[in-house]
Ligand binder design. Structure first.
Ligand SMILES: Cc1cc2nc3c(=O)[nH]c(=O)nc-3n(C[C@H](O)[C@H](O)[C@H](O)COP(=O)(O)OP(=O)(O)OC[C@H]3O[C@@H](n4cnc5c(N)ncnc54)[C@H](O)[C@@H]3O)c2cc1C
Length: 452
């Protein structure tokens, strides 16, 4: 190296060095000796030393990221699927989170989000053809989780339309019905609802529907009531399940908005999922053409096929509700200070957080496998029921602990967590209660039916 080159190099180096700091350092240590030792160190050791020195200098370490995906399940998604998941997350965080409490408090549904949701292009995600993407149940599960992570009401609205209503047509409709309805439902140009439960018949729907249908020529006459029917106050079509008076079998019908025999009244004063518009439906000599009867729904077994698919989705929803609550609580404990330090630093608080994370991680890995079973076409009723039972139970425990960690603020809507606690109660009970799903699993593992 020439003298000129050495001089240039020294000048460049000097520009990057804080001369005053070097002067201060030279008073404390033998600089020449230190340079000799440090220059011989490996890059890895240098990095470690720097970290150690930064910690000693009082520089604050950045707090860990708040992330409920502890076993990094998202990392197993393909880049394309991850992109869809992140698109949904962004939508939920920017469009829904800021308005969720307002609509929940006023028990109204934010109709303006429907065209925004349509742009996500995620309706009927697992169905093949008819404008649907034919993607995996696993991705659909992740999407249900992302939605419920922010707002279980929006996730329920979507699950009823895309899962229960579109699913009934996809699984039980004729080719013609599928060709007509699914593409417009996929684009959310029309919204669907699903009417199975009745005022006096909930858990016992399989054998006990009192809503009846009777064929007269090319038409059917339906009479009865349906309770709890999500989206039905404004839906364009509602799938109505009724018992055929001639053969006693359950049949499904596409009942259109405006049918004079169809009345949907909004259910008032719910304490959970208040944004979801649940209706009490009264069918009085409601005339439906044979062409609107689901042509491949011949008994309750066909209804149960739809419920098996959506029950798996509800398990994912429970994971989302639990994850949202855990993440809110973790963030809060890192920010909230008592006794002069963040409450996250207290042992009893960490114990609760770890208990919640353990539950959440068990739920996530369970539904992950559940969707794999679904994608391989081997999902059974008992698989879906076990996940529904386990995940909704653990969700209830997580939201409970989360609320506890918020102290008094935990009952204020503005901190979000109160909404999670309330909404968990509905997820716990719908699509089959804990008892009914336990009986389904119990029958499978013992070979004995404990249903009455
Ligand atoms: C927010 C919300 C949204 C809903 N959305 C819809 C919808 O869109 N469409 C729809 O069709 N339905 C919907 N439902 C209805 C839901 O599926 C029912 O509430 C659920 O199936 C339970 O029925 P039930 O409320 O009539 O309770 P019941 O059947 O009366 O049960 C009451 C209690 O008795 C227990 N029980 C009943 N039978 C047995 C037994 N054999 N052994 C042991 N215990 C038993 C139950 O587990 C429960 O604890 C919704 C419900 C809610 C809360």
């Amino acid at each position: 190296m020439s003298i000129f080159e050495s001089f240039t190099q020294i000048r460049t180096l000097l520009k990057t060095i804080d001369i005053n700091a070097v002067a201060r350092l030279s008073k404390k240590v033998d600089l020449n000796k230190m340079m000799g030792v440090v220059s011989k160190m490996s890059e890895e050791d240098l990095g470690k030393m720097l970290k150690f020195m930064e910690a000693g200098s009082g520089k604050k370490k950045a707090p860990p990221m708040v992330n409920g995906d502890f076993y990094e399940l998202t990392g197993t998604l393909s880049p394309e699927d991850k992109l869809i998941q992140m698109k949904v997350r962004e939508f939920m965080e920017t469009e829904i989170k800021p308005i969720a409490n307002h609509y929940w408090n006023n028990a109204q549904f934010p109709m303006h989000i429907i065209p925004l949701m349509a742009r996500l292009d995620i309706c009927g995600l697992t169905y093949k053809g008819y404008g649907c993407a034919g993607r995996s149940a696993l991705l659909e599960g992740f999407i249900a989780m992302e939605m419920a992570r922010i707002d279980s009401s929006v996730s329920t609205f979507f699950g009823v339309h895309s899962g229960l209503a579109m699913g009934s047509i996809y699984m039980c409709g004729s080719e013609e019905q599928k060709q007509y309805w699914l593409p417009i439902m996929q684009k959310m140009k029309i919204i669907g609802a699903f009417g199975l439960t009745e005022p006096e018949v909930g858990s016992g729907a399989a054998g006990g529907l009192t809503t009846t249908c009777k064929r007269i020529g090319d038409e059917w006459v339906i009479n009865g009531q349906k309770k709890w029917i999500g989206n039905a106050t404004f839906s364009d079509i509602t799938i109505i399940w009724a018992r055929d008076l001639s053969d006693n079998q359950v049949k499904g019908f596409i009942v259109k908005k405006g049918n004079p025999g169809f009345k949907a009244e909004k259910m008032q004063d719910k304490m959970a999922l208040r944004t979801v518009q649940n209706a009490l439906i009264t069918l009085t000599d409601c005339i439906v053409p044979e062409s609107d009867r689901l042509q491949n729904a011949n008994s309750f077994k066909d209804t149960a096929n739809v419920l098996r698919m959506t029950r798996a989705g509800v398990a994912w929803q429970a994971v989302g509700c639990g994850r949202g609550a855990y993440e809110l609580a973790l963030k809060y404990t890192m920010e909230r200070k008592q006794f002069g330090r963040p409450i996250a630093g207290f042992q009893l608080v960490q114990d609760l957080l770890v208990t919640m994370l353990g539950d959440l991680t068990a739920m996530q890995t369970m539904v992950y496998r559940l969707s794999q079973l679904q994608d391989s076409g081997v999902l059974t009723d008992e698989h879906a029921s076990l996940a529904k039972v386990f995940c909704t139970l653990r969700m209830r425990s997580i939201v409970d602990h989360a609320r506890e960690l918020f102290g008094g603020n935990g009952i204020l809507l503005e901190y979000d967590i109160a909404r999670f606690v309330a909404d968990a109660e509905a997820i716990y009970s719908y699509e089959g209660t804990k008892e009914i799903n336990s009986l389904i699993v119990g029958r499978a593992i013992t070979g004995e039916s404990a249903f009455v």
